[in-house]
Design a binder for this molecule. Structure first.
Ligand code: NAP
Length: 484
């Protein structure tokens, strides 16, 4: 079993000068260092092409820690930084892996790291396969534990994901691969199972007799910013639905696991995903909508963004329906929508319950709402009588995390890195789960591509809720989005 304190390890961070490393990984490593998860027996080799020195990397990390922490103990920081090293390295050049291997071996000896290695691919996905192949061919694998952390996106179709997985599996077994979905590190996403399973009030209605539909909204206010080039190869369906929407939907729809172990949770997820309904053309026409954002006086339309084709058919918004034939909510539709340039940044789930009586006319539905971002909040929408007139009014029973509680919530990356250190794979995506979500995405993409010539891409006004067509994707025409 991996120790949980002062873990001996050499971390090789591909993309050590990148945005993710600077904003998320270095601060997370510092927090884990302060908690003693790593302390004396670790070293990090940051690699990228630019010709930095060890000292320059350390300066960059110091900046990133100071940007993200109100107070820092200078001695702690100094000791932490002394464990960082830089290797200028082009991941496509074989010779650099030899240098990397030598440096890792040397640091292993210096820090008594027991031959343990964590390889973190914090780079553009087109390099993942190349790095995995070189790790194998140049024998970078250590003599202790070896773990590979892979960022999203893992492929852009089932075929490309399969190819990447094959390349990775030449050096790493499935239980050594940690596919990151940072939504799985978020507080309220981790709260889904406890909320579902420990509250009789919720658990007893969590079935198809009571739940009418589930709605997942992952909205961003930003446009593609500087990432137009990447986004053109992706789109909302691949960028958000294949991973984050699917992981959230799985936690909501899976059967109760037999235990809280990684094995039991993955088995329950897999059982559900093996019963996914792939969308056919009829379902696509009725229940799926895509769109591209327009501009206004201050912001560009998607087709005018840098590195975006003026006739691009990449969707910046996607809405649709996911269904499973198994689990407690078998047959209950999960509606999702996700997009850029929406009204506000908001990630949330609304579970809509069925009406139980006609006695009081049109009462509101009872809803269970879980707000993931930008606040952590949970609320029940219930009905009660109006005070002075007849009829029904709605009330929200709300619990929002206080500022003090929010301050205690670790960043998703800190949680997930911790889990990599202690070899807990619960909150990472298994290959067999990924395969199912790609099958679904491939089916939707194939339909949209065949449709492209005849159906123009809906364009939507910025800072609203996406194309109006997305308000009519429900199976029951009386249904609507709870969050509007
Ligand atoms: N940024 C985020 O908040 C975020 C969030 C979720 C997921 N991700 C994922 O994390 C990954 C990294 O994203 P990022 O935003 O950090 O990207 P980024 O800022 O563009 O960083 C890319 C890194 O790769 C290095 N690099 C590029 N080409 C290289 C080559 N041929 N050889 C060696 N190094 C090379 C770059 O440094 P040089 O130019 O010096 O070589 C840089 O360090 C992506 O998969 C992304 O999808 C990022």
């Amino acid at each position: 079993m991996t120790p949980t304190e002062n873990i001996p390890v050499i971390i090789i961070l591909f993309g050590g000068s990148g945005d993710l490393a600077h904003r998320k990984l270095y601060p997370a490593l510092f927090n884990l260092y302060q908690q003693n998860v790593i302390h004396d027996r670790f070293a990090v080799i940051g690699t990228a092409r630019r010709p930095w020195s060890h000292d320059y990397l350390r300066e960059q990390i110091k900046e990133s820690i100071e940007e993200t922490h109100d107070q820092v103990n200078e001695d702690d920081l100094k000791h932490f930084l002394s464990h960082f090293y830089y290797q200028s390295h082009d991941v496509t050049h074989v010779s650099h892996y030899m240098a990397l291997k030598k440096m890792a071996a040397h640091l292993d000896e210096t820090y008594h790291a027991d031959g343990n290695r964590i390889f973190y691919m914090a780079m553009a996905p087109r390099f993942f396969g190349t790095i995995a192949t070189h790790i194998n061919d140049q024998h970078l694998i250590g003599s202790g534990f070896n773990r590979l952390v892979v960022e999203k996106p893992f492929g852009r179709s089932l075929a490309s994901a399969q190819k990447l997985n094959d390349e990775i599996r030449r050096s790493f077994s499935e239980d050594q691969v940690y596919r990151i979905d940072h939504y799985l590190g978020k507080e309220m996403v981790q709260n889904i199972l406890p909320l579902r399973l420990t509250n009789p009030l919720i658990k007893n209605v969590w079935n198809h007799d009571f739940v009418k539909n589930i709605q997942i909204t992952l909205g961003e206010q930003l446009g593609v910013e500087a990432r137009g080039g990447y986004y053109e190869t992706s789109g909302a369906l691949r960028d958000m639905v294949q991973n984050h929407v699917f992981q959230i939907a799985t936690l909501l729809m899976m059967p109760e696991p037999e235990a809280l172990s990684a094995t039991a949770i993955h088995a329950a997820k897999q059982m559900l995903l093996d019963h996914i309904v792939l969308p056919d053309p009829d379902q696509m026409r009725k229940h799926f909508v895509r769109g591209q954002y327009l501009g206004n006086d201050d912001t560009f339309a998607y087709r005018k963004e840098k590195n975006v084709a003026p006739d691009s058919t990449t969707e910046t918004f996607a809405a649709g329906e996911i269904k499973f034939n198994a689990g407690p909510l078998a047959g209950v539709p999960v509606y999702f929508r996700t997009g850029k340039r929406m009204k506000e940044k908001c990630s949330r789930v609304d579970i809509v319950l069925k009406h139980m009586t006609n006695l009081y006319g049109r009462a509101h539905s009872n809803n269970i709402s879980i707000i993931i971002d930008p606040v952590s909040e949970f609320y029940l929408t219930i009905n009660g009588k109006k005070i002075q007139e007849s009829g029904i009014r709605r009330e929200d029973l709300k619990y929002r995390f206080t500022t003090a509680e929010m301050a205690q919530v670790p960043d998703g990356y800190e949680r997930l890195l911790h889990d990599v250190f202690v070899a807990d794979t619960t909150n990472f995506t298994h290959w067999s789960e990924l395969k199912r979500s790609w099958q679904f995405i491939d089916a939707a993409e194939a339909f949209w591509q065949s449709d492209e010539k005849t159906v123009p891409m809906p364009q939507y006004a910025p800072f609203k809720m996406g194309p109006k067509e997305a308000d009519h994707i429900f199976e029951n025409p009386h249904d609507h989005w709870i969050y509007r």
